[in-house]
Write a protein that binds this ligand. Structure first.
Ligand SMILES: CC(C)(COP(=O)(O)OP(=O)(O)OC[C@H]1O[C@@H](n2cnc3c(N)ncnc32)[C@H](O)[C@@H]1OP(=O)(O)O)[C@@H](O)C(=O)NCCC(=O)NCCS
Length: 181
């Protein structure tokens, strides 16, 4: 991302099969409970409802994120950023890209599940108006952790939309990304 006026911008691009080896390394470094190795290949090559994006800085993969389109809703399936690249706005830029994608595909709102104790992700999602609408008891079986179900207001909500646009513009300024616009 932009480290200064002359620094390269964060590049957001659709994930391809050729990204998968790097994505796997990132999953292992970034996620407490990575999906099975075959899962992302299935998502990218076979799941017609899934779209994933990579975030690269100077060619290096620093993060990725994806969504599922479920009828008229988009579901954020994953966002992950390398530990050493966190708190620089990469996840936020990816989230903006996902939300734009969902809007372009005619989704009415966004939803997701997040671990009850994942306060970092919850803080990110709160910035975009995600609010708790339900809870799945012991949804994360590894440590019997509840999953919170979070949803945005409708994308055409007249209070939410201008806040989204302002926050998205700020996020893209931070990383120098233009791909999410
Ligand atoms: C959650 C995660 C994706 C955030 O990635 P990131 O690139 O560091 O996030 P960003 O830099 O875009 O953060 C944007 C905002 O989110 C909030 N946020 C992010 N991480 C936070 C943390 N550790 N503590 C508090 N707030 C946090 C802040 O408001 C932050 O803005 P700020 O830096 O201006 O304060 C990253 O920590 C990660 O990969 N975690 C493991 C995977 C995971 O939990 N994914 C979510 C699954 S639902």
């Amino acid at each position: 991302m932009k480290a200064g006026a002359a620094g390269p911008a964060l590049e957001i691009a659709p994930m391809r099969a050729s990204d998968l080896a790097e994505v796997r390394r990132l999953e292992l470094a970034a996620l407490p409970c990575p999906w099975p190795e075959s899962a992302m290949r299935h998502e990218v090559e076979q799941n017609p409802y899934a779209t994933y994006f990579t975030a690269r800085h100077a060619g290096r993969l620093l993060g990725y994120a994806g969504l599922w389109v479920q009828v008229d809703e988009m579901h954020v399936s994953m966002i992950a950023v390398l530990p050493e690249a966190r708190r620089r706005g990469i996840a936020e830029t990816l989230l903006v890209r996902l939300l734009r994608e969902g809007m372009a595909r005619g989704c009415l709102r966004a939803t997701l599940e997040v671990r009850e104790r994942n306060l970092a992700a919850q803080a990110l999602y709160a910035r975009y108006g995600f609010a708790e609408v339900g809870r799945r008891k012991r949804y994360y079986r590894d440590i019997d952790e509840d999953g919170l179900i979070l949803t945005t207001p409708d994308f055409d909500d007249e209070a939410w939309r201008p806040r989204f646009e302002a926050q998205a513009a700020e996020a893209l300024r931070r990383t120098g990304s233009s791909a999410a616009e």
